[in-house]
Design a protein around this ligand. Structure first.
Ligand code: ADP
Ligand code: MG
Length: 236
């Protein structure tokens, strides 16, 4: 079963073509990786899929419904959640409260939101920090909070944009495990990541884009030995 289908996705900013005629499919339960040099259009592709930017042209189908003109909050209610590359929690509020904000998209009952948030925190082995103010968290914990907040919306599809940037090697390994465990609970995952070792360990399949265009697609093994990919990265 397909959860996401993208056909001919193009996004222009004035004269710049950030995403150029991109096609991709994502099956339910899959982990799909998206990589490419800086400025390749990865975050822009996510923004289009998540309803942040309307595509200039092309068709995005989420959960069998065309989603091109839907707004992020509506998509979120339908089961599409994302994290942002720049993490901005409510700094003076607790971790628990920040995660409850995600849960409030599906309920207006405080007890339900809290129950959902606590469940998510425990699944991320993060419940010990529930009363800590978000502004005092380390980078690794902020990333974890960002994922928790997205998960609290009960997504079918989770878009992760560089959640491992700035983490230490041990923290990267832990994040890979967290994401694999999420996948085992049935959430479909689409992940942008710069850390090659992590994306290779995580993904069932990887798409590589450069200058907004897909230059390769395949298993981690196929991508690691693909000449176009090696050239794109050496040219960075
Ligand atoms: P990546 O995430 O792969 O590093 P981005 O999608 O952030 O790349 O950016 C792709 C290109 O689009 C870059 O040249 C960037 O400067 C440009 N871009 C991204 N967002 C905007 C925007 N809101 N307005 C204008 N240009 C943008
Ligand atoms: Mg980006």
């Amino acid at each position: 079963m397909k959860i996401l289908e993208v056909r001919g996705l193009t996004k222009r900013f004035g004269g710049l073509i950030a995403v150029n005629n991109l096609d991709l499919d994502l099956g339910a339960g899959e982990i799909l990786g998206l990589i490419g040099p800086n400025g390749a259009g990865k975050s822009t592709a996510f923004n289009c899929i998540a309803g942040v930017h309307p595509p200039t042209s092309g068709t995005i189908t989420f959960d069998n419904k065309v989603s091109n003109t839907k707004k992020p909050w509506n998509l979120c209610r339908e089961g599409l959640a994302r994290t942002f590359q720049i993490v901005k929690p409510f700094a003076s509020q607790t971790v628990l409260y920040n995660v409850m904000v995600g849960a409030f998209i599906n309920t207006d009952r405080r007890d339900e939101a809290e129950e959902r948030a606590l469940k998510v925190l425990s699944s991320l082995r993060f419940d010990d920090k529930k009363d800590v103010k978000a502004g005092t968290l380390t980078i690794a914990d902020r990333k974890r909070l960002e994922i928790a907040r997205a998960l609290a919306t009960e997504p079918k599809l989770l878009l992760l944009d560089e959640v491992m940037a700035g983490l230490r090697p041990g923290e990267v390994d832990e994040m890979v495990e967290i994401i694999k465990n999420l996948s085992r609970t049935g959430v479909t995952i689409f992940v942008i990541e710069h850390i090659m070792r992590a994306i290779m360990a995580l993904s069932d399949r990887i798409i590589v884009i450069q200058f907004g265009k897909k230059i390769a697609e395949g298993t981690p093994e196929e991508i690691a030995s693909n000449e176009n990919v090696i050239k794109a990265y050496l040219g960075e």
